[in-house]
Write a protein that binds this ligand. Structure first.
Ligand code: HAM
Length: 468
């Protein structure tokens, strides 16, 4: 509405001019410095999540929190900012995330910080900082919140996006990898995305990966002239990422590249084999994807991604991903601590839920409406509203309205069972009119007994409904 009003070029008083340039609204004010423009638009790649969309997000939070409780994960919140070198070391300085996509800046005291592009690194830092190594293993943590990546905004790729995720630290057994995949699959499934599938790979440990990397590098070196510009750079810095480059010509070259699972050491091979057996036992549909390497350097052994059916086919826009990161805590100076985890992108899940018309969170509906007529009645209504709401009954009002007709219209639209009417006379007498919205019958009750009467009537309505 406000936007509509501002959409026409117009003058507000003599001081401000609001004009519309393409889809940007710019307010120029003489009181502001000449170049200063107020752009009434969220920054590129960032969005407002409006009340209409909240039931999707609330449903995701509900399902994720339930999974956390069911599997014994406890909530952790870490700052949205960390020191930049934490991400550089953890995620990897040669990764796209660190090299191109971080929102980094210096604070007033010249500390170099970045908005978190993901959670796992911050959680590994928190694990060491708070001495969580003394806790019973695995330490199971759950999180939810925004992440920031200065990527090129495109379909389902935002600069501010939301993740929830689970990390289990201190356990090497592949059964935990299986449990993580089970959770990711289950959560996505419970959110109505029934055709989700899992892609999985093992990229080995630093020992076996060294030999494998040598092979991959010499293979891609021999095909250098067939690679895109980015992959030519990746060849120096992050050769495994060439395997999942989306450029056609690189994908063709990558299709014949050596595959990590053929070069796993005995330990990594048996870890992977056991994991696949667990997944078969769990009857989770998974697919081996030898090109799956993930865009973060901390991974060891298992890596996986979860796709919706349609996206899985064209191999893009994963709903979530994760894997093992057995070396991360040690890399940060902590003890040797194997770990595994995953994160789901909430923005992409919301868009998928819309596509499949998934069930969403339904706000509890008010059962009572409180209507008032006259200023004195309005004053008295405030207390009555509080008393009813405190008693646990959801009550609605529209105190700003004056006419009974318009208030009853709202009550009707909300589908409440009872409307309480407080006019000037009732407010002076200390009484309230109770109107049964189904029969239209009205009765005057004592103000002191109104809560009791409302509860009694609602109870009897429930009984009738139940008995039908
Ligand atoms: P990731 O694959 O970078 O992994 O991100 C996980 C999910 O976040 C993606 O599958 C995607 O759904 C969502 N996501 C990532 N970038 C964007 C974006 N620009 N716009 C919208 N959604 C996005 C991680 O972040 C790891 N920390 C996961 C993990 C946890 N590994 C071990 N533990």
């Amino acid at each position: 509405m406000a936007r509509e009003r501002k959409s026409k070029s117009q003058k507000v008083g003599s001081r401000r001019k609001i004009e519309r340039k393409k889809d940007k609204i710019i307010i120029k004010g003489r009181s502001l410095r000449a170049q200063e423009e107020l752009i009434l638009q969220s920054p590129r790649g960032m969005r407002d999540i409006l009340p209409e969309d909240q039931p999707y997000w609330q449903q995701i939070r509900k399902v994720a929190e339930k999974a956390a409780a069911d599997f014994g994960f406890r909530r952790i919140d870490v700052p949205v900012l960390e020191f930049t070198n934490l991400f550089a070391r953890g995620v990897g300085s040669g990764t796209d995330i660190v090299e191109k996509e971080m929102y980094s800046f210096a604070t007033k005291s010249a500390e170099k910080v970045s908005l978190r592009p993901e959670f796992t690194t911050g959680i590994a830092r928190a694990y060491i900082q708070h001495g969580m190594k003394v806790k019973p293993k695995p330490v199971k943590l759950f999180y939810i919140g925004p992440c920031y990546r200065y990527d090129r905004p495109q379909k389902e790729r935002f600069r501010e996006f939301y993740q929830f995720g689970f990390e289990a630290l201190g356990e090497i057994d592949p059964v935990l990898d299986a449990q993580m995949i089970q959770m990711a699959w289950r959560v996505v499934h419970q959110l109505g995305i029934k055709d989700a599938s899992v892609q999985i790979n093992s990229i080995g440990c630093p020992t076996c990966r060294k030999n494998y990397l040598d092979l991959v590098v010499s293979y891609f070196e021999s095909k250098r002239n067939k690679l895109c510009i980015d992959c030519k750079k990746r060849l120096e810095k992050n050769p495994l990422r060439i395997l999942d480059c989306k450029e056609d010509k690189c994908a063709q070259v990558a299709a014949n590249a050596p595959q990590s699972i053929d070069y796993l050491c005995d330990e990594c091979r048996s870890h992977f084999k056991e994991l696949l057996e667990y997944l078969e036992e769990l009857e989770i549909p998974f697919e081996l994807n030898p090109s799956l390497v993930r865009g973060l350097d901390y991974y060891t052994k298992t890596v996986f991604e979860i796709f919706s059916g349609i996206d899985g086919e064209c191999n893009k826009n994963a709903l979530g991903g994760g894997g093992r990161y057995d070396g991360l805590i040690k890399l940060f100076g902590g003890e040797d601590t194997p770990a595994v985890g995953f994160a789901i992108g909430m923005d992409r899940v919301v868009s998928e839920m819309k596509k499949v018309q998934a069930r969403i969170y339904r706000e509890p509906k008010p059962r009572v409406f409180l209507a008032q007529l006259s200023n004195y009645a309005k004053k008295k209504s405030l207390k009555i509203f509080e008393a009813i709401e405190k008693s646990g009954v959801l009550v609605a009002e529209s105190f700003g309205r004056g006419s009974l007709k318009s208030q009853l219209k709202i009550a009707d639209r909300l589908g409440v069972e009872l409307t309480l009417i407080l006019g000037q006379k009732e407010a002076l007498d200390g009484t309230v009119i109770i109107r049964d919205m189904v029969s239209g019958a009205q009765e005057i009750v004592d103000g002191g007994k109104v809560v009791e009467e409302v509860k009694r009537r609602l109870k009897s309505v429930r009984t009738v409904v139940k008995g039908q």
